[in-house]
Design a protein around this ligand. Sequence first.
Ligand SMILES: Nc1ccn([C@@H]2O[C@H](COP(=O)(O)OP(=O)(O)OP(=O)(O)O)[C@@H](O)[C@H]2O)c(=O)n1
Ligand SMILES: C[C@](O)(CO)[C@H](O)COP(=O)(O)O
Length: 232
Amino acid sequence: MMSSRYYALIPAAGVGARMGADFPKQYMPLAGKPMLRHVLDTFAAHPAIAHTYVVVSAEDGYIDEVTSEGNTLAGKVTVLRNGGATRHASVLNGLQAIRDRIADNDWVLVHDAARPGLGAELIDRLVTALENDEIGGLLALPVVDTIKRSDAQARAEVTVPRDFLWAAQTPQMFRYALLRTALETAANVTDEASAIEALGYRPKLVEGSPRNFKVTLPHDVALAELHLKGNP
Ligand SMILES: Nc1ccn([C@@H]2O[C@H](COP(=O)(O)OP(=O)(O)OP(=O)(O)O)[C@@H](O)[C@H]2O)c(=O)n1
Ligand SMILES: C[C@](O)(CO)[C@H](O)COP(=O)(O)O
């Protein structure tokens, strides 16, 4: 039997509403290049990744410039212009579009365009941890703060025990057929692991890194630049 290959799928069809810029945040310049380009460069340079697919919206007017710069992504990255209204829809549309280019058993690493701090060592950590896994899993960080649940007026109602709580990151890595089925079946989910969990499986949690945080709000930009300039 042929061994499984590894593919990256990057949902990049969001509008970045919480960032409040007048263009999608994945195209913001960070440490000399657009946020999305950091992510594409990382996957394109990784020896384990057979190919990278990036999902953008049909109206996207930025992606061609971002992928053509320097010509180093040629043959390594394919743009899919079928992003959906939610992250869930964008990932599923991407998976459906590549059905003839991937085997059911191949692994897909789904990674947010908005997490430019991912480095090769974290990809290695995830891939190594899941080498002999049947289900797959994701990078995540154990929660370190005391956790409060509040009422609608932001008054603490209860302190939630943080044992066994993790904050989900990406990549989230699952075999193609299982992931596609899970996302086709699930109601709107915010990550791939939720859809897999809904089928009754337990994705493996592999320790990620604070550096791999999601750039979401305006104040995240300076921190992302700091990380990326320290280690481009
Ligand atoms: N319809 C969507 C929404 C999000 N994403 C992608 O999913 C990732 C994580 O989403 P998030 O940080 O929530 O990005 P946005 O949806 O762009 O941000 P916001 O919720 O603030 O609008 C990003 O790479 C984003 O581009 C996507 O591909 N398609
Ligand atoms: C997939 C994810 O990055 C894990 O934290 C997250 O669920 C997606 O971001 P959102 O802000 O919930 O859309």
